[in-house]
Design a protein around this ligand. Sequence first.
Ligand code: GDP
Length: 453
Amino acid sequence: MHTIVAISTALAPGGIGIVRLSGAESVNIVKKFFKSIDNQDLSEMKGYSAKLGKVFDGNEVVDQVIILFFRAPRSYTGENIVEISCHGGVYIAKKILSLALKNGAKLAEPGEFTKRAFLNGKIDLSKAESVANLISAHGEKANKLAISGLEGNINKKIKEIINFLTEIAANLSVWADYPEEDIPQFKENLLKKNLAEAKNKLLKISEKEKAIKALNEGLKISIVGRPNVGKSSLLNILTGYQRAIVSDIAGTTRDIVDGNTMIGEIPIKLFDTAGIRETSDSVEQIGVNMAKQNLHDTDIIFVLFDGSKKLTKEDIEVIKLVDKNKAIAIINKIDLGISIETEKIRKSFKKVVNISTIEELGIEKLKETVYDFVDMNSLNASEPFVTGQRQFEVVKRAISSIEETETAFNSGVTLDAVTVLVQNSIEILGEITGENVSEEIIDKIFSKFCVGK
Ligand code: GDP
């Protein structure tokens, strides 16, 4: 495998920048442009040791740096790693990168260091995914979840469940192979109980999907409502800056304006859509259509009403249009007094919040409602949970496979067939740890990493 190099720190001015190499040739490559102050040959460096010296481009000094050496196999990737800690200027890091490339290293792909750690057996796939989550964590809970994964808690849990299922399969094979031998009586109830227990264990590690997804991937929230109810004002107040045009002329927001913000620890992407109404203006109509489309791939819909006025035909249209399972109704302009038919709104929506964007009333309550929506407060991030869409999907498939086993058993198929189904669940779970996963999936996982990790 060739030796790779990347800048591992952010490409922005900072105290220190780190250029990292991994592979059999890393020391030989660095030797070509680095001289230590004690003139020691880098090949003689011990693992876990550091050296002060200078980086040269020909005869020119580029920087004074510190080299850290990790000798294979006791390194992050399991290969020889050299980390060059330079001064944190963008030019310096790029210059050192180019010197490494010129001397034989190849530019690392996103996540290639961690991918090598996985391929060399240093970490399993669930830990590798935790590394990515740790880097992108926006708050304490996301950080705790990622650390728990990195410490191997989810890997341990999955292995426990795999062992449990393996035992079930082993018993079944014995029973199937030697029905007439003197083996324990086939215990139908025990098998049923064990399958139910395996399923419960899987449900437990995947139960907080909404909250975990919100922490790791954030939430998309669309703001909808007829023109002039205060959608742009709400976007502006939530993002904290003048993102969308606020005007009392209906139809000013014609396309979808988005803005990023945080609600507690959840990263939020907000979409202020065009007011949904029948319109003869073709540009506005395009916006209205986009707004309707946008509602499909959003996690939460804020359905906004002007509380100071009676419900209009357009409001009723909007109510009809939105998926109530992901909607939060918001009654705005309560500073002007409430004239809207609140009861009607309460009948249509499970969650209703009163606000005023002008007086900044009810905004905290709205944020709490979003937290409740994903059940965030009940998430104990220290417990082992699978994370990421891939892992949740794998667990769901394993649960379905166990359910299939239960159905097959109840319908009286042979024990051999039941054993095959249990083994199928075991194989599915191997996708989480990476024991049973295709190259294509591995590539997909690591392509989402940053370069240098
Ligand atoms: P949009 O068309 O739904 O995006 O609505 P805008 O945010 O552009 O607001 C329409 C008008 O309502 C503007 O004149 C705002 O100043 C006004 N408005 C928005 N929120 C409030 C509020 O809470 N109270 C009052 N009194 N006026 C508001």
